[in-house]
Design a protein around this ligand. Structure first.
Ligand code: FE
Length: 348
C-alpha cells in the first residue's frame, strides 16, 4: 500500500472515530441531572428509552450538589433535564436562571397550575410531577394523637424530650419551616423552632426512615417524615418493618386549619440544553399515565396528574387530607431567613 493511500485511510479512520455514535445522532441522547434517589425510578428511565429510542445519561447528586454543578458548568453544561425533589430548590434554580421556559400543551393540560412555575407567556420554567406530605409519626404507647396534631405542637412542653428530626437544614425541613414562617410570622416561627429544638430526644441525625425507626425503638416518641418513606414501610413484608408500623401512629398535621405541608418533586429543561427536543419529550413522558402511575405505585408519591388511577394500599390508607397552600415562591424566599433562624437557635 502506498503511503498516500495509507494516510488517507488513516485520516478516514480518525474521522470515523471522532463521529458521535449512531444512537446519539438525531437528538437520541438525553443528559439527565437527577436528585431523585429512588431505586424504583430505574424502570421509568428504561421505559422511556424503549418508547422513544432516546438514551439517558444520568448524573446523580442531591439538589444542592446539582445546582452548584450547573452554575460552575455554565453554558458548557451538558445537562438537558434537571430533576429536583424540593419545591424551594426548583424555585431557587429558576431564580438563578438555570432553567428555560417550556411551552407544551401536553404539560399545560396535565400538570395543574399550582404544581408548575408561573407561565409568563413563554411557558413554565419547571413542572411538578409528584407530591409528598411532611407528616408526623408518634409512638402510640407514649403519645396521644392530640399532642401532635399540628406542627405547632412539636414545640409544646408535653413533647419535651420526645422529638426527633433529620437535620433542620435539610431541604425537606427548610421548606416546611419556610411555610411555617408564612403561617406564624418570622418572630413566632423562630420561637417555635427554638422550642422544637428544645424538645429533641437527641441531636438531629440520619434520614426520615431513621426517625421512624427511632420512634418505634423508643429512642424518640415523635418525628417528622416524608409520607413516601412511611408508605414504603407500610407496604413492606419484612417482620422488622411490620413491627415498626404496628407501634407508630401517623398524623397529617393542621387538618383543622391551614392543612398539611406538601412538597413537590419536579423537573425542568436546563438553560443550556443541547438536546432540547428530547428534553421536552422526557418531561412530557413524566406526565404520562404510565410514568405518573409509576411515581404513585413505585415510590408511593401522589401523582401530579389528577385522573391517574392509584393501586397503592398505603396511599389509600392515608386517604384524603387538607393540603397547605403556601406559594412555592414564598417558601423559596423564606429559605435563607429560616437557615439564619436555625443557626441562631442552634437547630443543626
Ligand atoms: Fe427523599
Amino acid at each position: 500500500m502506498s503511503r498516500p493511500v495509507l494516510s488517507r485511510l488513516l485520516a478516514a479512520a480518525l474521522v470515523t472515530l471522532s463521529l458521535v455514535p449512531a444512537w446519539a445522532q438525531d437528538n437520541k441522547v438525553l443528559n439527565l441531572y437527577s436528585a431523585r434517589h429512588y431505586q424504583t425510578d430505574e424502570a421509568l428511565y428504561a421505559n422511556f428509552t424503549k418508547a422513544t429510542g432516546i438514551r439517558i445519561n444520568r448524573v446523580d447528586a442531591d439538589d444542592a450538589g446539582l445546582l452548584v454543578r450547573l452554575k460552575s458548568e455554565g453554558a458548557s453544561s451538558p445537562a438537558d433535564v434537571i430533576l429536583l425533589v424540593d419545591a424551594a430548590r426548583l424555585w431557587r434554580a429558576e431564580t438563578d436562571g438555570l432553567f428555560q421556559p417550556v411551552k407544551s400543551s401536553v404539560l399545560e393540560s396535565r400538570i395543574p397550575a399550582q404544581l408548575r412555575s408561573t407561565d409568563a407567556g413563554q411557558g413554565s420554567q419547571w413542572f411538578g410531577f409528584s407530591t409528598r406530605a411532611r407528616v408526623i409519626v408518634y409512638d402510640k404507647q407514649r403519645v396521644n394523637k392530640t399532642d401532635v396534631d399540628t406542627y405547632e405542637k412539636l414545640a409544646d412542653p408535653v413533647n419535651k424530650g420526645r422529638v426527633c428530626t433529620r437535620s433542620g437544614s435539610h431541604p425537606y425541613n427548610l421548606s416546611l419551616f419556610g411555610a411555617m414562617v408564612e403561617h406564624l410570622g418570622p418572630a413566632k416561627a423562630e420561637e417555635w423552632l427554638k422550642a422544637v429544638n428544645g424538645n429533641m430526644a437527641r441531636a438531629p441525625k440520619g434520614g426520615d426512615t431513621d426517625q421512624i425507626k427511632a420512634v418505634a425503638s423508643g429512642e424518640c416518641a415523635v418525628a417528622l417524615t416524608n409520607s413516601y418513606y412511611l408508605a414504603r414501610m407500610m407496604r413492606s413484608e419484612a417482620p422488622a418493618d411490620r413491627a415498626v408500623i404496628e407501634r407508630i401512629g401517623v398524623v397529617f398535621p393542621n387538618q383543622a386549619n391551614h392543612g398539611t405541608h406538601v412538597n413537590i418533586a419536579g423537573g425542568a429543561v436546563a438553560r443550556h440544553a443541547k438536546n432540547r427536543e428530547a428534553a421536552v419529550k422526557f418531561l412530557e413522558y413524566l406526565a404520562s399515565a404510565e410514568a405518573q402511575t409509576y411515581f404513585a405505585n413505585g415510590n408511593n408519591e401522589w401523582p401530579a396528574v389528577r385522573d391517574v388511577k392509584l393501586k397503592n394500599p398505603a396511599l389509600e390508607a392515608f386517604g384524603d387530607f387538607k393540603v397547605e397552600t403556601v406559594p412555592v415562591s414564598t417558601i423559596g424566599r423564606n429559605q435563607v431567613p429560616v437557615q439564619q433562624m436555625l443557626d441562631r437557635v442552634g437547630y443543626r
